[in-house]
Design a protein around this ligand. Structure first.
Ligand SMILES: Cc1ncc(COP(=O)(O)O)c(C=O)c1O
Length: 440
């Protein structure tokens, strides 16, 4: 039996739902026993002439002084690890620390894998797309959604991206949005659902009751078909209302149904304000060290090796240095507080300038965004361009009707003026539109 057949057999036996949801690429990919594999076997040998890294002959990098000096604060060991290749699945200490980080808040979380390190969350999502996307597969995403999902799942792999309206007529968030959209698909067919909480663009996290309805609805879906739920936790922890749970739904979905496979994509981009670092993590709902997780990690390592080679060691060491500090959690908490303050000011300003003839604000309570749904007659991209041009305000338009405000990038004291300018700009466009449409 070939290497890939052996790991496929383990997955088909131990996790039949995961097996039926794997794409053709997901089925054929594996980690080849070539250079990194053989170099890992030779690590620590007196003569290790396997990998093409420039070292002193004892496994330590021979850096250019110019680079070593630029990274002067790292210390010898970290400098060495930062400049050598990272293991394909990431530095073990960082994987352990990220695993422990999300368990700080609750010791009672179910077992999960050691996270695999990726080049940002986008790369983690792309790995999920490679494993479970592909032509003929439907990926359901609550709408409006982060447009890159279409690129990652649809354009890259040929999957069909199916938008599921996230809000009802009254603009209430719909816990059963994913399940309702999936119900329209042919019975039995495996499906992928993306769960992005707190959401981009919506800035919404469900209440306790809504979470229960959501989880129950996904379990009902899993009664009828294999269901992979990709939990995109990019904005993890950025929750600003005391009664809104901040924990990832990933943990609640683990073990909820044999047909339901949650996969967690998270990372340091927003959580550690490390946008340029590109350190993301993919976590699976089974403990590491089991034949099943060995088989899954084998496939993921194969895809990473074929995509980016290995994740960036320099960024991993930088993040590690932050995570080793006793005050890391406190520093992250301060960022959440800063975002919470901006959130409150934005809420107040939007309440003060509420004008349903111009826009409605979709419910928001978390994350770093709020969405204005424009009144009929106003077009989002035209409004965006006009706000840029005449009000010195940059927002993002999504589809025809939505404008997204990223309050994370506006100083708290500037937020009221941002809202005033936006509303004044919309009012001017609306007045002009009315004039033009009533002209003879
Ligand atoms: C919902 C969501 N997922 C994933 C990402 C990508 O994160 P990264 O920059 O780490 O690739 C973003 C970035 O904006 C996002 O908003």
């Amino acid at each position: 039996m070939s290497g890939v057949d052996a790991i496929n057999e383990v997955i088909a036996r131990e996790a039949p739902a995961l097996w039926s949801a794997l794409s053709p690429l997901g089925r054929t990919c594996f980690y080849p026993p070539d250079i990194p594999f053989q170099a890992a076997q030779a690590r620590g040998k007196r003569f290790n002439a396997t990998i093409g890294q420039i070292t002193d002959g004892a496994g330590r990098i021979l850096p250019l002084p110019a680079i070593a000096e630029a990274l002067g604060r790292f210390g010898d060991d970290d400098l060495n690890r930062a400049l050598l290749y990272s293991p394909i699945d990431g530095l073990p200490e960082l994987r352990e620390r990220w695993h422990a980080w999300h368990r700080l808040a609750s010791q009672e979380l179910p077992p999960s894998s050691l996270p695999v390190v990726t080049c940002g969350l986008t790369h983690g999502l792309a790995l999920a797309a490679d494993l479970f996307g592909g032509s003929g597969r439907t990926v359901v995403v609550p709408a409006p959604f982060w447009g890159n999902y279409r690129q990652i799942f649809g354009i890259r792999t040929g999957a069909t991206v199916l938008p599921a309206p996230a809000y009802d007529e009254e603009r209430r968030w719909r816990p059963t949005a994913l399940a309702d959209a999936i119900a329209e698909l042919p019975a039995g067919e495996p499906v992928v659902a993306v769960l992005n909480v707190p959401s981009n663009p919506g800035g919404y996290s469900p209440t306790v009751a809504e979470r229960r309805l959501l989880v129950e609805s996904l379990i009902r879906v899993a009664d009828t078909r294999p269901l992979v739920v990709v939990c995109d936790d990019a904005y993890s922890g950025l929750v600003f209302e005391p009664d809104i749970p901040a924990g990832s739904l990933f943990w609640e979905l683990i073990g909820s149904h044999p047909n339901l496979v949650p996969i967690r994509i998270a990372g340091s981009t927003k959580e550690f304000v490390f946008f340029g670092g590109r350190v993301g993590f993919v976590t699976f709902p089974w403990a590491s060290g089991t034949p099943l997780m060995d088989a899954i990690e084998n496939k993921v390592r194969g895809l990473i090796r074929a995509g980016v080679g290995s994740p960036t060691a320099l960024s991993q060491i930088t993040l590690l240095q932050a995570m080793r500090r006793d005050d890391a959690a406190e520093q992250v908490r301060k960022v959440v507080e800063l975002m919470a303050a901006r959130y409150r000011v934005l809420r107040a300003a939007l309440d003060q300038h509420a004008d349903p003839s111009l826009f409605r604000v979709l419910p928001f309570n978390s994350g770093v965004f709020a969405v204005l749904e424009l009144a009929p007659g106003l077009h989002a991209n035209e409004a965006r361009l006009e706000l840029l041009e005449s009000r010195d305000v940059g927002l993002v338009s999504i589809g025809d009707r939505y404008l997204r405000v990223a309050f994370c990038s506006i100083d708290e004291h500037a937020i009221p003026e941002l809202v005033e300018r936006t509303v004044a700009g919309l009012r001017e466009i609306a007045a002009r539109t009315t004039l033009t449409s009533s002209a003879p």
